[in-house]
Design a protein around this ligand. Structure first.
Ligand SMILES: [Zn+2]
Length: 502
């Protein structure tokens, strides 16, 4: 609108000027060497204007002729770039669609048309992978390491190749390099943690979980629990190396990080007792018992005192069990102390309360022990032992990732390799039936020491026999268990074993 108005105004001015000129009289005299010419003023002005316009057009034409080669080159480059980006897009679509041949064709085309290695090399590598040519893909990824802008992508590709081929140590080396380049990337942090754990590098794993928590790649609560688990692993390592002070220090850190963590309480209480810190051990046991009673805590509590008088021992256990009076484990612990003190009636009463209508295998065995000690009634003993083989299983350490039982708590599930997944809980009944389904007799290693301590009897029920496979996994194994499955790996492959997706 403004341009039109301007044009009309300019045209009006030109017409007005022409009319004004046409109304002027007079000549312009041009003279040269021996000649003279009179030209009317309007004709002269128009002549000058026409010459100026012709000169301007001539200059423009000359300029465009001079620039023609460069313009032609720019046009060809622009066309090639457009075609290259189109080929790149089609190549990526082909990769997504799994069309290996088309991906390779478009990758070749994009590489010849585009001078942008970061994009075309990645596509070429992915196309090679689709064609099953891992060596070619490896060459592309390795070549990407030479350029600053493609190094991270190359490392990611190489890391994934290493993980797919099960080379955890190589994958860890690539992840550490990727972490040095991009220390804030969440998947790098979680993959680093995963691989440090797989390599049993507990201290490095603690550093990785700290950084992952700092960058919010792992929720704070989960990070604390993982760190406490890793601290317990450090504690075990130190103990194995004979450094009991370091073992105790790490157990303390684990317990401080997660005061409700049963495994940390048991370990700290055990190490405190071994370090002759009985009062500290008793306090830890009593505190843990009030939250999660466990047979190992009761066994340790019994050993902590040199008390030889069984009646005084019963008093001690009454104090401990008073912190969690109604829990079945409290009744069982008291019953065991009462059995040793030969207070049969009260022991039977606590076992009845703990077992209810469906006593567990351990309670059945304690009942057998009671029948034998109180009445010497071997028929009743046999009946209780038979019942134990069909009874509900007792709580045990069960992997929440794959469902496998373990004899004792460990930082890593020996079956699926997940970190921190062993929980103290009652296993599914199928696990017990699978064990006891081969016969009616009680397990061969079940001795006559019925009242010999809870921790001796427990693993018998849940531990797989020699050569027997544990229960098949019900969930895909994850090193951080069902809760840890959301370690923010990028979508695609299995969460932990295979790491990020390209
Ligand atoms: Zn497991």
């Amino acid at each position: 609108m403004i341009r039109t108005t301007f044009f009309i105004a300019a045209a009006a001015l030109v017409v007005a000027g022409a009319l004004w000129l046409a109304g002027r009289s007079g000549d312009v005299t041009l003279s040269g060497d021996g000649w003279q010419m009179g030209v009317p003023l309007p004709v002269f002005v128009f002549g000058v204007l026409i010459v100026a316009v012709i000169a301007a057009l001539g200059y423009r034409f000359w300029r465009s002729v001079r620039r023609a080669p460069a313009a032609a080159r720019a046009y060809v480059q622009r066309r090639d770039r457009e075609k290259g980006y189109k080929a790149l897009t089609q190549g990526m679509v082909a990769v997504a669609a799994g069309d290996a041949q088309e991906a390779a064709r478009q990758a070749k085309r994009a590489t010849s048309l585009l001078a942008e290695p970061p994009l075309t090399m990645l596509l070429s590598a992915q196309a090679a992978q689709l064609n099953g040519d891992e060596n070619a893909a490896n060459l592309y990824f390795t070549a990407m390491l030479d350029r600053e802008e493609t190094a991270f992508l190359g490392l990611r590709g190489l890391l994934m190749q290493a993980q797919r081929e099960g080379h955890d140590a190589l994958a860890l080396a690539f992840t550490r390099r990727a972490h040095a380049l991009q220390p804030k990337t969440p998947w790098v942090l979680t993959t680093l943690l995963d691989l440090e754990v797989a390599g049993r590098h507990w201290r490095e794993a603690i550093e990785a979980v700290d950084q992952a928590a700092k960058r919010k790649a792992i929720e704070p609560d989960k990070a604390r629990r993982i760190k406490a688990t890793l601290m317990l692993a450090c504690s075990q390592e130190a103990e194995d190396a004979g450094d009991s002070e370091e073992a105790l220090a790490h157990a303390r850190k684990a317990h401080a990080l997660a005061p409700d963590f049963l495994a940390a309480s048991i370990r700290l209480a055990t190490l405190s007792a071994e370090a002759d810190k009985k009062r500290a051990a008793i306090k830890i046991i009593e505190d843990a018992w009030s939250k999660t009673p466990h047979p190992a805590l009761a066994a340790l509590y019994g050993r902590l005192d040199d008390e030889k008088d069984p009646l005084k021992m019963v008093k001690r256990f009454e104090k401990l069990c008073g912190t969690n009076r109604d829990h079945p484990e409290s009744h069982i612990a008291l019953a065991e102390a009462l059995l040793k003190a030969k207070i049969w009636g009260a022991a039977r009463s606590h076992l009845d309360t703990a077992g209810g209508a469906a006593p567990s295998a351990r309670i059945c065995r304690l009942m057998a022990s009671l029948e034998e000690s109180e009445h010497g009634d071997m028929a009743a003993v046999r009946a209780w032992l038979l019942r134990a083989t069909f009874a509900d299983p007792d709580p045990a350490w069960i992997c929440s990732g794959c469902g496998s039982p373990a004899d004792s708590w460990a930082p890593i599930c020996s079956h699926c390799g997940a970190l921190g997944t062993l929980d103290w809980k009652t296993p599914a009944r199928a696990a017990a039936l699978e064990y006891s389904g081969t016969g009616l007799l009680p397990p061969a290693d079940f001795g006559g020491d019925f009242g010999g301590g809870s921790d001796a009897a427990l693993p018998v029920i849940m531990a797989p026999s020699a050569g027997q496979e544990p229960l098949p996994p019900t969930l895909p194994p994850d090193r951080f268990g069902d809760e840890g499955a959301t370690l923010d790996h990028e979508p695609g492959d299995k969460p932990s074993r295979t790491g990020p997706n390209p």
